[in-house]
Design a protein around this ligand. Structure first.
Ligand code: ADE
Ligand code: ZN
Length: 341
């Protein structure tokens, strides 16, 4: 095997955690069409190819418009299960051993789908992923930041009976114009319930949104965060406070956050001493699951096995898993890298 082939084999074989995946963003065009037929929903696209052709994005909002429309085919508990199950089957092939999965309940409850329907299907898939693939899977409920605080509180009320079935809350959707401070009181209420918190910040938005996520929302991880490099004092703070960034390279290219993968700041983030991780964000829309994110980014940035080990280690250490679970995964990672060497 050539050296690049050996590195790619390591990238795919090494145990890893995925900490930034929107389950609605794993809905492949084929499954969108299957669910549309099952639920007798008319789609404004003739076929899978026509839908895929619409995946040409200019920024975050142009993607979100298509993403929310795609999620409209999800109606029943089985639909939510099938979507999540397809993700787990795909993730297992990339040796994802732990996944903390975002879901957007407001996208569904605003269409008349019950909160229970959403979480029942997703949670059942998480349990089965553990059984069938040994993947430690858990859910993180995201609030849509383009909606208001009242809507977020209403969602938290709907979630309350299910509090044992998700581990934390997140904040996603349109970043520009929606600073984290808007959700300070909701996140305080979630913290009081013992939930973890993560926040999308510094994807398209300024470094001040990352500070806001830390100061106002007490975010334990920052989703994306790539704009931090515009603010050296913030970089130092993220390093000192050991705040992990869940970076999504293929997403950043598709949404024009960076001009190309070769210009992606992942290497710079690592060299600045930050706890960066690699993730897929919305793999059905951005051209690749976690394995492809690793393989393509490593080729573009000329990263090596040392970077691979550091990124996979970061992914487990930045997870919300119990220390014993982290240890088990980290030991398996060390064994895998040892065999490679
Ligand atoms: N929801 C799904 N993907 C997202 C992203 N990349 N940024 C913000 N919200 C999202
Ligand atoms: Zn995201």
């Amino acid at each position: 095997m050539t050296e690049p082939d050996r590195l790619n084999a390591l990238l795919l074989a090494m145990p890893k955690a995925e900490l930034h995946i929107h389950i609605e963003g794993s809905l492949e065009p084929e499954l969108i069409f299957t669910l549309a037929r099952r639920n007798r929903i008319a789609l404004p696209y003739a076929d899978v190819e026509a839908l895929r052709a619409a995946y040409a994005f200019t920024n975050l909002q142009s993607f979100l418009d298509v993403y929310y429309a795609g999620a409209g085919v999800l109606q029943t508990e089985q639909d939510f299960f099938d979507m999540a199950w397809a993700y787990f089957e795909r993730a297992a092939r990339d040796n994802v051993r732990l996944a903390e999965i975002f879901f957007d309940p407001q996208t569904h409850t605003d269409r008349g789908v019950a909160f229970e329907t959403v979480i029942d299907g997703l949670h059942r898939a998480c349990l089965q992923a553990r059984e069938s693939f040994g993947i430690d899977a858990s859910l993180i409920m995201c609030f849509l930041r383009h909606l208001d605080e009242t809507a977020a509180f209403a969602t938290l009320e709907q979630a309350r009976p299910h509090i044992g079935r998700f581990i934390g809350v997140g904040l996603d959707s349109s970043e520009l114009g929606h600073p984290p401070e808007k959700f300070e009181r909701v996140f305080a209420a979630c913290r009081a319930l013992g939930l973890h918190s993560v926040v999308h910040a510094g994807e398209e938005g300024p470094p001040s949104f990352i500070r806001g996520a830390l100061d106002a929302l007490h975010a334990e991880r920052i989703d994306h965060g790539v704009q931090c490099l515009r603010d050296p004092a913030l970089v130092q703070r993220l390093r000192d406070e050991r705040i992990a960034l869940t970076v999504c390279p293929l997403s950043n290219v598709k949404l024009k956050v960076v001009a190309s993968l070769a210009q992606h700041p992942l290497r710079k983030l690592l060299e600045a001493g930050l706890i960066a991780t690699v993730n897929s964000d919305d793999p059905a829309y951005f051209g690749g699951y976690l394995g492809s994110n690793f393989v393509e980014t490593f080729a573009a940035l000329k990263l090596d096995a040392g970077h691979a080990q550091a990124l996979a280690r970061n992914s487990f250490e930045a997870s919300f898993a119990d220390p014993s679970v982290k240890r088990r995964h980290l030991d398996a990672l060390e064994a895998c890298v040892e065999a490679y060497r």
